[in-house]
Design a protein around this ligand. Structure first.
Ligand code: ATP
Length: 247
């Protein structure tokens, strides 16, 4: 098999020096792949993404064991910004827009990593509006007054402004109407096929995640209990019973 672009090996995470939240998680994302990280509330999905994006320290969490490698190099000691420069960016759960800024100003905050080169920024903005036509319409609106779907789009768009090669997407479906969830996943899929962006996405919505992902990992209590091709997971009896709700 081809070497993965992103590899997490045997990672353990502790919060506040006591609670072992990840108990030896390993996973891989192939270059150009869409991989879903599935599991119930509290299983450790967000913690896994924050470990990869080096955001964990800010949450007073500690990686006590294991490694993260990106394009063959250890990245687990970098700062979040250094990782963004290497092409990996996380879109946080809950969207995290600047509510008092306009949609376009929010997008522009994603451009700093390349030193705000004006021509490049204009090009990147155009690309975001190409993929998210709704954001072009709402560009001058205050982000805090846009819909939940538009805020999710703004958050993904802002990440795109850093020209990522890999996006870590935390619960993009959260709080959104089913039709909007589909719309957003379709755009993510286009970013994957047309721009070659690799995607690692954490989702509680197993149905939609396995529809768009190529491969999935199921986390329970900080451990990977099952992984496989998305098609195989969709047919797995346990997955059907416990995660797809159609037993
Ligand atoms: P969710 O969908 O709710 O985010 P998750 O699968 O992403 O769930 P995590 O957010 O990674 O799960 O949380 C895993 C465990 O770690 C939970 O038991 C949670 O209570 C705990 N936890 C998460 N963040 C912190 C923190 N900053 N400090 C202490 N414990 C935390």
């Amino acid at each position: 098999a081809a070497t993965p672009i992103l590899a997490v090996s045997n990672v353990e995470v502790i919060y506040n020096h006591v609670i072992l939240v990840l108990k030896g998680v390993s996973l891989q994302v192939p270059d150009g792949g869409i991989v879903a990280l599935l599991g119930a509330n509290g299983a450790g999905k967000s913690t896994t993404l924050k470990t990869i994006s080096c955001l964990l320290r800010a949450e007073r969490g500690d990686v006590t064991k294991g490694t993260v490698t990106y394009r063959g190099e250890r990245v687990d000691q970098l700062t979040p910004n250094e990782l963004v420069r290497r092409g990996v960016i996380q879109v946080m759960e809950g969207r995290h827009c600047f509510g008092h800024l306009t949609v376009e100003e929010n997008l522009l905050t994603g451009a700093f990593i390349h030193g705000n080169n004006r021509r490049q920024t204009a090009e990147d903005l155009e690309k975001v509006y190409h993929y998210f036509p709704r954001l072009r319409q709402r560009r001058a609106s205050q982000a805090g007054y846009t819909s939940g779907g538009e805020q999710q789009m703004t958050a993904i768009g802002r990440a795109l402004m850093s020209r990522p090669r890999t996006i870590l997407l935390d619960e993009p479906s959260m709080g959104l109407a089913p039709q909007l969830v589909e719309e957003i996943f379709e755009i993510v899929q286009r970013l994957n096929t047309e721009q070659g962006v690799s995607i690692l996405l954490a989702e509680q919505n197993t149905n939609v995640a396995l529809k768009f992902a190529h491969y999935g990992y199921i986390l329970e209590n900080g451990r990977v209990v099952l992984d496989g091709d998305a098609a195989a997971l969709r047919e797995n009896e346990d997955v059907k019973e416990f995660y797809l709700g159609m037993a």
